[in-house]
Design a protein around this ligand. Structure first.
Ligand code: 2AM
Ligand code: CA
Ligand code: CA
Ligand code: CA
Length: 281
């Protein structure tokens, strides 16, 4: 792959090449990750591979676009306040790259092959390019604002279910244990109403699966901008809907997310709402 050509590459080409390169590198480190450090708890881990992947991505992107800004998970202190501050610091930034160098670190550490690299470019706070790469399956999901969402050169679309009872729904269990009860309450309300629930451990990949019609919908509480920026554009460009759990349209500052094929969105949200499981403050 041509990765080092400077000057003439489109934003999307750089995002795609960079995600592919980082993903290959991550995959090569599977099973031999080095230092394991706890960020906030034993539920929240980071490896040298997360940091190495972020450095690789940052270097490639900044080589191509030195005047752009960069926001990566591993460059921000853990916790909701630091995340909000980091985002706020970029409020007036025109071009901001938002990167999760490994989404699904827990899976990566355990060798469970469901993790991804998520790279988005936002222009004035709105994602215009989104790439989610799954190196275990060599699946690269890419979306460009107004131009659709693609996998292996084919356009992808959200699924067709119109009722929750026919839906396959994804969710994730928050690492922040204080947010866990509300997620479990939501799970208790949703599970009996849907075909089944999957929780595979990468929010970015779950969103890509909603875009590709493999999941009918997805919700999760307490996420950060880098988990969702690329996946949100994928969902939108694949004809789906993404809001926060309260129904407010998606923005970079959303933390409690609800994404769907659009057709089940209201029923999905209403079910969580009736269980008082929309979020926590
Ligand atoms: P990560 O693997 O990049 O950390 C799984 O439910 C999702 O939660 C993943 O996207 C995971 O991203 C994210 N996640 C893990 N720890 C988190 C934390 N402390 N706060 C918020 N999100 C977290
Ligand atoms: Ca993390
Ligand atoms: Ca993440
Ligand atoms: Ca991560």
């Amino acid at each position: 792959r041509e990765v080092y050509t400077v000057g003439s590459k489109s934003f999307t080409a750089v995002a795609v090449n960079t995600a592919a390169k980082a993903g290959e590198w991550i995959k090569s480190k599977l099973g031999s990750h080095t230092k394991l450090a706890m960020k906030t708890s034993s539920h929240d881990l980071v490896t040298e591979v997360d940091k190495g992947s972020e450095a690789l991505i940052r270097n490639l992107i900044m080589t191509h676009f030195p005047h752009h800004s960069f926001l990566g998970e591993e460059g921000v202190e853990p916790g909701a306040e630091a995340s909000a501050e980091a985002l706020e610091a970029h409020r007036d930034t025109e071009y901001l790259w938002i990167v999760d160098p490994i989404d699904g670190t827990t899976n990566f550490i355990h060798g469970f092959p469901f993790f991804s690299v998520s790279i988005a470019l936002a222009y004035k706070g709105e994602p215009i390019v989104g790439v989610v790469y799954d190196p275990s399956r060599d699946e690269l999901f890419v979306a460009e604002k107004g131009k659709g969402a693609y996998l292996r050169g084919q356009r992808i679309e959200v699924s067709g279910e119109t009722r929750l009872s026919d839906s396959l729904i994804g969710t994730g269990f928050p690492a922040d244990r204080s947010a866990l009860p509300v997620n479990l309450t939501g799970l208790q309300a949703i599970t009996p109403q849907v075909r089944n629930v999957r929780t595979a451990g990468s929010a970015a990949l779950h969103l890509a699966y909603v875009a590709a019609g493999r999941l009918s919908g997805f919700w999760e509480i307490g996420l950060n901008a880098w988990d969702m920026a690329a996946g949100a554009l994928l969902v939108q460009e694949a004809g789906g809907k993404i809001t926060d759990t309260y129904g407010t349209p998606y923005s970079l500052s959303v933390r409690n997310v609800l994404a769907s094929n659009g057709k089940i969105h209201d029923e999905f949200r209403e079910t969580l709402k009736q269980a008082d499981a929309l979020g926590y403050s």
